[in-house]
Design a protein around this ligand. Structure first.
Ligand SMILES: [Ca+2]
Length: 234
């Protein structure tokens, strides 16, 4: 059995305070302040499963604290595919897997930290909340740090999205969904054999919307399918 998670480190508390401060800023009306302060990805602490816990999915089982870069609005005719599928793998920024908040936000986009609360159901990262409800043909990148107390191997990552997804873990592309538009739900795609290093692991999600809903879900399970708990920094 894996060891119990240690007490949060002092550094985590500092990062958490910073994240809260930026989350309260209105980045769209105060760009000077955003440029002056370097965004720091929020820390999401990954805790091994409790084998005695009932396997109900709750908000704590999903990554909900994200540093967002967006929105990248695109023309509906800019990408190939009957449902703009080529947008799914388009690089709206260079080296997406390396995003950490230090890169300059392209024109029309901002960095902002957002702590989500599921709207439709637990775990929903609803990008209409930070970007408004009328954002068809749009993409955004979401960055989070997953902090593990010890190496964690043979994990599964379960994701769902509306519409397309690409996911990088520690700089490596580990998943692409670019098939058809879809409504989101828990566990639509399975990414197997995921390893978290001891310490901080950078997770980057690109979520591309065609029209309508724009959101995703992301959670982790251990080799026995027990859900890991994510202690979002406050
Ligand atoms: Ca959509």
């Amino acid at each position: 059995m894996m060891k119990t998670m240690c007490t949060l480190m002092a550094g985590l508390v500092i990062l958490g305070v910073a994240a809260t401060t930026w989350a309260e800023d209105d980045a769209t009306t105060n760009p000077a302040q955003v440029e002056a302060e370097q965004p720091i990805p929020p820390v999401n602490v990954v805790v091994p499963p409790d084998p005695d816990a009932l396997p109900f999915l709750e908000e704590k089982h999903f990554v909900m604290n994200w540093l967002l870069l967006g929105p990248f609005m695109y023309d509906k005719d800019a990408f190939a595919g009957d449902e703009q599928q080529a947008a799914a793998t388009h690089a709206f920024v260079d080296n997406a897997g390396e995003l950490d908040g230090s890169q300059e936000a392209p024109e029309g986009t901002t960095w902002q930290v957002h702590s989500f609360t599921g709207d439709v159901q637990a775990g929903q990262v609803n990008l209409h909340v930070p970007y408004g409800g009328n954002t068809d043909y749009a993409a955004a990148y979401a960055v989070a740090i997953l902090r593990a107390d010890e190496p964690m191997e043979s994990l599964s990552m379960w994701v769902g999205s509306d519409d397309y997804l690409q996911i990088w873990l520690n700089g490596q592309l580990i998943h692409t969904y670019d098939q058809k538009r879809r409504g989101s739900d828990w566990d639509q795609d399975l990414i197997e054999d995921v390893t978290l290093n001891q310490g901080d692991n950078r997770l980057v999600v690109k979520c591309v919307d065609v029209v309508g809903g724009w959101d995703f879900y992301l959670r982790l399970t251990d080799v026995d399918d027990n859900p890991l708990t994510i202690e979002n920094a406050e």
